[in-house]
Unconditional design. Structure first.
Length: 238
């Protein structure tokens, strides 16, 4: 994300196109994207993969992630769309106003909300090299870059889940007290153990969600530059 922001802040053209250097996204589509921008006056032309490559497990994770984002964020998320897109000068000017530590390119260009067009394509398999994208990065990007900055649903979910856990524990405690005052001498400690386990697990979940939000606030509060340029070659000096 810092690299995209750096490029767009130094971009002087009327439009810009983001394309990964591995060329899995076909450059041949660029001509169609430019045509839609010039002739049809679209500000954002984004691409969507028809068929997703990868393992069954990763594809399932992707589907679940997109479903959660669609239901919980205020961004109109297009499934299987990526960063390969053309944006006009109007969008560039608005995007570069954001000062977030992780300015998520595809979400923020959708958030800006100018006229958009979707182009479908088939993504080719990687011919050379190996992706460095691992499971940790997937969860990191999903929670800290995709979900948390664009939704407060995890906080509301924590509140609802907390009420549910309290209700379950209250029922278990009420049953235990009822048995005790009814004169039952042999009361199993399993119910109390289950109540403690539920409370402990819910607290751990809520603390974990809060820690992600607090971590994001901490990083944002530093106001550090998201990129540092050592040298410019072929760019105008602004």
């Amino acid at each position: 994300m810092p690299g995209i922001m750096a490029g767009l802040k130094n971009c002087s053209g009327d439009a810009a196109i983001y394309l990964d250097i591995d060329l899995q996204d076909p450059p041949a589509i660029i001509e169609k994207m430019i045509s839609s921008w010039i002739n049809e006056n679209y500000d954002v032309i984004f691409t969507t993969r028809i068929k997703r490559q990868g393992s069954f497990f990763m594809n399932c994770l992707s589907k679940i992630g997109y479903y959660i984002l669609e239901k919980t964020t205020y961004i109109n998320v297009a499934k299987d769309s990526g960063d390969f897109r053309l944006i006009s000068r109007r969008v560039i000017n608005e995007y570069t106003k954001f000062n977030e530590i992780n300015p998520f390119f595809r979400f923020l260009t959708d958030f800006i909300g100018f006229k958009k067009k979707q182009i479908f394509y088939e993504r080719e398999k990687r011919i050379v090299g190996k992706s460095n994208f691992n499971l940790y990065q997937i969860f990191y990007q999903f929670f800290e870059i995709s979900l948390m900055p664009f939704s407060n649903f995890p906080l509301r979910f924590s509140l609802i889940f907390g009420f549910f856990a309290f209700f379950v524990c209250f029922v278990i405690l009420s049953r235990t007290l009822y048995l005790y005052f009814s004169g039952v001498s042999d009361i199993s400690t399993l119910s109390i153990f289950v109540a403690i386990l539920i409370f402990g697990s819910i607290q751990s979940l809520i603390i974990g969600l809060l820690s992600i939000y607090i971590g994001s606030i901490y990083m944002e509060s530093k106001k550090r530059p998201i990129y540092i340029i050592d040298e410019k070659i072929g760019f105008k000096k602004f």
